[in-house]
Ligand binder design. Structure first.
Ligand SMILES: *Cc1c(COP(=O)(O)O)cnc(C)c1O
Length: 402
């Protein structure tokens, strides 16, 4: 028997640092109110949430939908992105970003990321632009904004659309402008793991009235405002949010400002302390243009050599055994995701040869990165300190992990 819980030793923590999702009487009341009202379907609560969220983020319009994946697909369709178009995007993201591009019939063109932010490397975008490029779809990874002035200047110069995947950016601001409100559209997710949740949910934000109408149409089966109920203008599906989801999200939104503040305190506390922890690296400091930070957890790197060859997977298993459950990063750069390597999955088009692609920064991220989920940042620093103590315990006994 070893000292470490993974080898039969005593676990450092018997209880999780913080459990997720959280709710109180506000959600209970909201659920019961909708239930008893008999109005469960797309109505006043959905519209109230759309207005509240658009205001919270600083957009003119909000159009809700079932989830963040659908939000991206709807945004692509509503902006007219389709067959023959290329969309420049990041290889380091959840599959939804690139899948939505393919579902709309377009071609994802992957550009490598920056090591200090894990965001699309803006310096490399122009080299990837061709006559077929129609849009850029960046992800503000884990809530950290891209330099949107630089990105928008490139988009303007080449007349490209910008579809922000803001699925990690609730409440975040770039130079005092809400993330997801700077490009032509911005999309958000309210899936279970996200900073605010109704189990599932999504929203598309935009500032343009015509885009709003088209987004609404694609969200709602292709209907058109002012036309008869069974008159469809677009081919689409039913992506409507329910009143239950909207009522939950209204309650969750009311808690966002204080939760963002708590995550910030814990994030900065851990960020400072981690600078002196061997073999665990933080990303670069948050840039000054990030004027309202909203963290979707922490992205960290595990440097196996410093741990004498312990693998990241073994480290994460050992952390879990001690009572601190973290996540590995993405296991593939998106261009190596099996789904994109099967020609039968892709609409006709001249695809880049994904199978021969190698982008060094994302490849390194796939090897090294692990993620601390957002809800652990809701633990007070005194509690979050256990995270550091557990790492220390593992490091001191690292030979047990070989
Ligand atoms: C979660 C997520 C999505 C998709 O959201 P769902 O609501 O799960 O469909 C899209 N992009 C990124 C970067 C995400 O993390």
């Amino acid at each position: 028997m070893g000292k470490l819980a993974i080898n039969g030793g005593e676990a450092f923590r018997k209880e999780p640092l913080f459990t997720w999702p959280m709710h109180d009487q506000a959600e209970e009341q909201a659920m019961m109110d909708v239930l008893k009202s008999g109005k469960w379907w797309y109505g006043a609560k959905v519209k109230e949430f759309e207005c509240l969220y658009a205001d919270f983020q600083g957009a003119k319009h909000g159009i809700s939908c079932v989830n963040g994946t659908a939000a991206l697909y709807i945004a692509m369709k509503a902006l007219g992105i389709g067959p023959g178009d290329e969309v420049i995007t990041t290889p380091w993201t959840f599959v939804a970003t690139s899948a939505a591009i393919v579902q709309a019939g377009a071609i994802p063109v992957f550009v490598d990321i920056e090591p200090e932010s894990l965001n699309l490397d803006i310096k490399q975008i122009e080299a990837a632009i061709t006559p077929k490029t129609k849009a850029i779809c960046p992800v503000h990874f884990f809530g950290r904004p891209l330099d949107m002035d630089r990105l928008m200047a490139i988009a303007k110069k080449h007349k490209l659309l910008v579809v922000e995947d803001a699925a990690h950016s609730w409440g975040g601001k770039y130079k005092d402008k809400g993330l997801g409100c700077i490009g032509d559209t911005g999309t958000f997710s309210f899936q279970f793991s996200k900073n605010m949740t109704a189990g599932e949910g999504g929203i598309i934000l935009c500032n343009d009235d015509d885009i709003q109408t088209n987004v609404w149409s694609y969200m709602n089966c292709g209907r058109w405002p002012g036309k008869p109920w069974y008159h469809m203008e677009n081919i689409s599906g039913n992506y409507r949010m329910t009143e239950f989801q909207a009522a939950l999200l209204i309650a969750q939104l009311a808690r966002m400002k204080s939760q963002m503040a708590q995550r910030l305190i814990t994030h900065d506390f851990l960020y400072d302390k981690l600078q002196s922890v061997p073999g665990i690296e933080t990303l670069g400091p948050d840039p000054d243009y990030s004027t309202q930070r909203s963290h979707h957890g922490m992205c960290l790197r595990f440097i196996s050599e410093v741990w004498g060859g312990v693998t990241r997977e073994k480290f994460l298993e050992a952390m879990d055994a001690e009572g601190i459950t973290l996540m590995s990063g993405y296991v593939f750069p998106m261009y190596r995701m099996p789904a994109f390597l099967k020609p039968e999955n892709l609409p006709p088009g001249d695809y880049p040869d994904y199978s021969s692609m190698y982008q060094p920064v994302v490849e390194k991220a796939v090897e090294e990165v692990f993620l601390m989920p957002q809800h652990l940042l809701l633990a007070k620093p005194e509690l979050a300190e256990d995270f550091l103590r557990v790492i220390e315990k593992l490091y001191d006994n690292r030979q047990e992990l070989l």
